[in-house]
Design a protein around this ligand. Structure first.
Ligand code: NAP
Length: 499
């Protein structure tokens, strides 16, 4: 990054706020700032278009597994959703429409990946650099990096030798025709259960490699008729009611996930019944039966995944892969499979989502080093030693039971109030006190012990390398809302602008 010296302690930044990303987080932040009449911000987006995860993930069958009335901004209901669970293209279009309506596109710099953000203590400014070599300064940074934006590639011997086509689900190559091809697909998570039913009828042979069977329950999806959409258009209160109904219905699940996992048994029975009904072959059913409690990993919803596995051209492998060769792979039992293509449905870097060498706080400390003992933040948003830096969907803001957009909007409120506080108090920066962050996380982790994620008997990406659940919010989402309604400046070290 080009070095811009910020000698002047009262230097004026290029922007009051730099926002990273244009997913629900980054775009939401830009819109909320615009709603307040502000235009002193810039948004940096590494892709050529906006939408974050909903821009990047285009694999066949990609859709939301949270009802759209809730998986959208509270201030921007969309009466035009075509289904209860919208497909990816519709969500991307929704976000584009939001950007246009609030006129934020002109603030977005596309194809501009932020590669470094470095805090300069004397001036209290962040120096932010892009991969294109551009550098700007900002008083505050709001990082909407996305919890699921860095694909995880499996470290299987020989994978680089494979001469056929290989791609990750998030980087789907639509130019490659899978018709009639011999394909291996690795992973059976939320993405795979959506694309497997789409590609299974096209390919000659699909070898699906499963490490852990997911719990799957029926997807209560349905088209929203034109008549219903017209009602939502005419009576916005009706859509608000639908949203609130879904919110409180889903919120009930917290009793099972967090407070008493036994309450999830009825949902587990639903999963068992679906498997029973859709898979007749006892051997295949046994392979698909999880050995851990439902809820321990993300609960998946699908009506067409199991039926796809009944097809004669689909083979479910529960053994591992020993190595890849130029023309295929060898399983851990020594069987050789000739392949044309490999699809990696192997998920994302989540607990290690922030790369090393990107965010440097006070004293030049890399955030990855600050998190060596475990990923943590205060209210999932601010981090001691990283003043005026707000991490969207940060530590322990994940939710499996409801819409992440709800959590994002809570964070947006908190950040906005923080930005207002900074300006009103004429502060150079605010830095959450380390002991405040520690106490917050001690309380949070104490609530984890009885949750299904900790007691359900599975290994999941919810946990970081130190074995701490650094991703999930152990409570009702309205509790997070209550905690983030106002910025609590007293918990922060406050450094004034020099006179
Ligand atoms: P994922 O849920 O993390 O699933 C990854 C899959 O790959 C798992 O089955 C995992 O097995 C397997 N895997 C990973 N590394 C492997 C390796 N080295 N060898 C063999 N198998 C390996 O990833 P995802 O399916 O991409 O979904 C990620 C998250 O994205 C979801 O949990 C969800 O939050 C979100 N998502 C949401 C939607 C939506 O509709 N809103 C849609 C798609 C994704 P193990 O289980 O054994 O680890």
């Amino acid at each position: 990054m080009a070095d811009i010296a910020i000698a002047d302690a009262n230097a004026t930044p290029d922007f009051a706020v730099v926002i990273i990303g244009t997913g629900f987080s980054g775009l939401g932040m830009a819109i909320r700032l615009k709603q307040q009449g502000r235009s002193d911000f810039a948004v940096f987006e590494r892709e050529a278009g906006l939408g974050g995860a909903w821009y990047a993930n285009t694999y066949p069958g990609c859709a939301c597994d949270v009802p759209s009335h809730l998986y959208s901004f509270s201030f921007e209901p969309n009466p035009a959703w075509s289904r209860l669970f919208s497909p990816q293209a519709e969500i991307k279009t929704y976000l584009e429409r939001c950007a246009d309506k609030y006129d934020v596109r002109k603030h977005i710099r596309f194809n501009s990946e932020i590669v470094e953000a470095r805090f300069d203590e004397p001036s209290g400014l962040w120096r932010v650099g892009t991969a294109n070599g551009e550098t700007v300064t900002a008083r505050s940074v709001v990082a909407g990096l996305g919890p699921l934006s860095r694909p995880a590639f499996p470290d299987i011997p020989g994978i680089a030798q494979f001469k056929g086509k290989i791609f990750h689900s998030q980087q789907w190559d639509h130019g490659y025709d899978l018709s009639g091809k011999r394909v291996a697909s690795i992973g059976t998570g939320a993405s795979a259960i959506q694309f497997v039913p789409e590609i299974a009828p096209k390919v000659a042979q699909l070898h699906l490699f499963q490490r852990t069977p997911p719990w799957i329950v029926p997807k209560p999806d349905k088209p929203i008729s034109e008549k219903e959409r017209a009602q939502f258009r005419r009576h916005p209160g009706l859509q608000r009611f639908a949203r609130n109904f879904i919110y409180w219905f889903l919120e009930l699940r917290v009793f099972g996930f967090v407070l008493n996992p036994k309450l999830l048994m009825s949902m587990q029975r639903q999963g068992e019944r679906l498997l029973q009904k859709q898979i007749q072959d006892p051997a295949l059913r046994a392979k698909l039966t999880p050995s851990y409690a439902l809820g321990c990993k993300r609960v998946l919803i699908s009506n067409n995944y199991y039926p796809a596995l009944n097809r004669s051209n689909v083979t479910l492998h529960t053994i591992g892969i020993r190595e890849f060769t130029a023309n295929g792979l060898t399983t851990s039992e020594g069987h050789e499979l000739a392949l044309d293509a490999v699809i990696l449905g192997t998920g994302f870097h989540v607990t290690d989502g922030v790369p090393k060498g990107m965010i440097f706080g006070r004293g030049g400390r890399d955030l990855v080093d600050a998190w060596a003992e475990g990923t943590e933040a205060y209210k999932g948003t601010t981090i001691a030693g990283y003043p005026n830096f707000y991490l969207m969907t940060g530590a322990n803001t994940g939710v499996g039971h409801t819409s992440l957009v709800f959590m994002i909007e809570c964070q947006l409120n908190y950040v906005l109030d923080g930005l207002k506080t900074l300006a009103a108090k004429k502060l150079k920066f605010m830095d959450v006190r380390p002991q405040v962050q520690r106490a917050f996380n001690q309380r949070l982790q104490a609530r984890m012990s009885g949750t299904i994620w900790n007691t359900g008997g599975c290994k999941s990406w919810y946990f970081d390398k130190n074995g701490k659940n650094a991703t999930q919010w152990p409570g009702f989402s309205w509790q997070f809302h209550r905690q983030t309604r106002r910025f609590d400046a007293a918990q922060y070290e406050q450094v004034p602008l020099s006179k």
